[in-house]
Design a protein around this ligand. Sequence first.
Ligand code: CP
Ligand code: NVA
Length: 292
Amino acid sequence: MKHLLTLRDWSREEILAVIELAARVKKRPWWYRRKLKGKTLLMLFAKPSLRTRLSFETAMLELGGHAIFYDIATSPLGKKESIEDGARVSGLYVDFIMARLYEHETIEEFARYSPVPVINGLTNSYHPCQILGDLLTIKETFGHLNVRLAYLGDANNNVTHSLMIGCSKLGIPMTVACPRKKEFMPDARIMKETGVKVVSVQEAVKDADVIYTDSWQSYHIKDSAMKRRRRALMPFQVNKNNFNSTAYFMHCLPAKRGDEVTADIIDGERSLVLPQAANRKHIEKAILLKLR
Ligand code: CP
Ligand code: NVA
């Protein structure tokens, strides 16, 4: 269990164990408040963040450790300094590295040379910490993980890809509804690997216990693409016409009301967005404890 770059890195048993540990840590946080005493987490950010930064930083603090926020924009990394040197040198000072980067290949390269565990805090292709936290939220909401999940919207997406891998590892049936264009479709390799199918909105939401969507403008997508993307994605918006009232709504946030979801749904009583955000801290404590 050296790194967490994608959920592929962890077995079904390891994923279930980390969810169990997060639930225990959440229930009795004081038991764990010295577990990472004297340990330091480096948090490298090439993109903005609210939840990932705050949840990792508070997680380290509450485990007795310390976190360093490091903005890639003010670093020589990838410019004057190679990823290899950056990874080797960072590992001389800290015990863990969490990185939020653009290309997934960059974090793979970083992890290859890092002497300490590397955690993916989001790349263009994957967001494993988010999905581990979401699985904890599902378990708490339903009392089990025997649910059916529908994902609507932009599916060529880090959150979708990690959901596909997480759901397939845990045997959670998942369907995707998205425009049938490469720009919006999940990665073909991940579809093959997980068996997740693209279906119509009606078919996806029909028996879904959880309806999940994500931003139509992920951090790496330019403003200039949005007019065209909105037009293509609007039939996949989560709203009262397709929201099955016995389902729960999930979204990793940040969200734009009126784009991927309407306000009545995201702010309504079936929405789990705040428990999802809260669980990021608990799952990240469990991830750090597992990787230590
Ligand atoms: N969900 C999530 O990762 O949010 P941030 O971009 O604010 O970290
Ligand atoms: N798909 C989104 C997730 C944000 C947490 C993005 O990459 O911006």
